[in-house]
Design a protein around this ligand. Sequence first.
Ligand code: BJW
Length: 225
Amino acid sequence: MPQIVVLTGAGISAESGVPTFRDADGLWEGHRVEDVATPEGFDRDRALVQRFYDERRASLADVEPNAAHRALAELEGTLGTGLLVVTQNIDDLHERAGSRNVIHMHGELLKALCRSCGVASPWSGTLVDEPACPDCGVRELRPDVVWFGEVPYEMDRIADALAEASIFVSIGTSGAVYPAAGFVQHARRHGARTLELNLEPSEGSHFFHESRQGRAGDLVPRWAR
Ligand code: BJW
């Protein structure tokens, strides 16, 4: 079981050039959340949603992990499975920095999920062309991401890790989306020391023992050292 659980959000990838969701130039601009990040939005206009995620998948080629991702990967090099990164991000920047003990609770851009057989498969192309599932052959692929109203991945494993952790650190997340926004209270109830590293106080700042404001690329390497 990990001693340290780190929750990351869009803010950790911001300095890599991946847009956040709720900042002024956030990703949702031009798109209503309900149109692109709900199962109902997908049923209403598949092409729009597939294009939205196809574009984000393609843009991964233009970004690189930053100092914050690298600092977490280095810490895992020291602690091994003593460090668990739970990320809300669907990019692959933690893995590209070298982290291996990572849970993508909101899914992954580089996977497609078959709505017919439920199998997730690696994906690097476009979904808007309605390719077939490599497992069952049915043309019902969607992005393997967790939309509003859907249950995030690996919740039992995350809850157990939070209950066992002695330190919980939240990095670059607004605390606006549950259940991730409630992890701090869960960890704290079970005795963890809790720390927030974010550009500004998040919606749940008051739940943390300590909150430090600044850029993840500065704060995370300093904390992890
Ligand atoms: C920097 C920085 C720099 C900038 N350095 N910092 C309880 C109460 C009320 C509502 C609910 C509730 N429980 C559930 C709900 C409903 C709903 C919800 O939370 N709604 C809220 C809007 C109120 N939640 C759900 O539907 C979830 N499912 C669920 O609850 O199922 C029931 C269930 C749960 C558990 C067990 C059993 C049953 C699913 C939520 C799915 C969220 N999906 C998205 C899209 C994923 C795919 C995609 O990427 O397109 O996930 S929405 C979007 O928000 C995305 C993100 O992962 C998520 C969080 O955003 P994040 O990462 O915090 O980004 P921002 O932009 O909000 O914040 C960035 C922060 O970084 C800011 O603070 C900046 O200041 C900071 N920053 N630059 C450091 N350089």
